[in-house]
Design a protein around this ligand. Structure first.
Ligand SMILES: CC(C)(COP(=O)(O)OP(=O)(O)OC[C@H]1O[C@@H](n2cnc3c(N)ncnc32)[C@H](O)[C@@H]1OP(=O)(O)O)[C@@H](O)C(=O)NCCC(=O)NCCS
Length: 171
């Protein structure tokens, strides 16, 4: 995959059909906090009420076709030095370096967009090896295992925490 074909931009309502293709896929939502979507109306509402007003959520685009997302959410108040990272890509595009390219683009611009931001963190389930590999390829540091850290799909999970500081180098 030529990385030049990958770009990030805000979501648009017209992304709804492409968005629903992966948001309705259990293989994509398995490790995400939100549940698999089942209708176009639900997807439209999500784009309008969640994705578009989000402080920094971008559509991952392949030649401007929306095929996934990257989101970076700074914490409020004194936590503004820290932001949580999330991402997903439609299954038909897995294994082509797309999430890695998208996250590199995001990391390269987000510290300019949020001047108080110093630290990005990502929490990944122990079994989500593909996501751990993405973070390592971008240059995130694996900091440790958080035992029984949080719920996902009704089950409490062990998570691995990764970080990337504003002074770190994108690989
Ligand atoms: C995780 C995800 C975003 C990766 O997207 P992608 O575009 O396929 O990622 P990339 O191609 O950039 O890199 C994936 C890497 O993981 C590796 N990988 C994939 N599945 C793997 C597995 N089961 N075990 C080990 N490595 C795996 C790939 O080989 C690749 O590494 P390589 O380049 O060294 O070969 C995608 O699988 C996804 O959307 N998953 C569901 C949502 C999710 O888990 N989001 C993250 C929540 S923390």
């Amino acid at each position: 995959m030529d990385p030049a074909r990958i770009s990030l931009r805000p979501f648009k309502l017209s992304d709804v059909d492409e968005f629903l293709k992966w948001a309705s896929d259990d293989r994509v939502t398995r490790y995400l906090r939100w549940n698999t979507m089942t209708s176009r109306e639900e997807a439209l509402k999500y784009i309008e009420k969640v994705a578009m007003p989000h402080p920094w959520r971008r559509s991952i685009c392949l030649d401007d076709l929306s095929i996934g997302y990257v989101s970076i959410r700074p914490e409020s108040g004194d936590g503004g030095c820290r932001a949580h990272v999330g991402y997903a890509v439609a299954t038909e595009y897995w294994g082509q370096g797309i999430a890695t390219t998208a996250l590199k683009i995001a990391v390269s611009s987000v510290f300019k967009d949020f001047p108080d931001l110093v630290r990005l963190e990502a929490l990944v389930e122990v079994g989500n090896n593909g996501s751990q590999r993405v973070l390592e390829k971008v240059g995130f540091l694996k900091e440790g295992l958080l035992r029984k850290y949080g719920y996902c799909k009704g089950e409490i999970r062990d998570m691995i925490i990764y970080s990337f500081l504003s002074t770190d180098m994108v690989l």
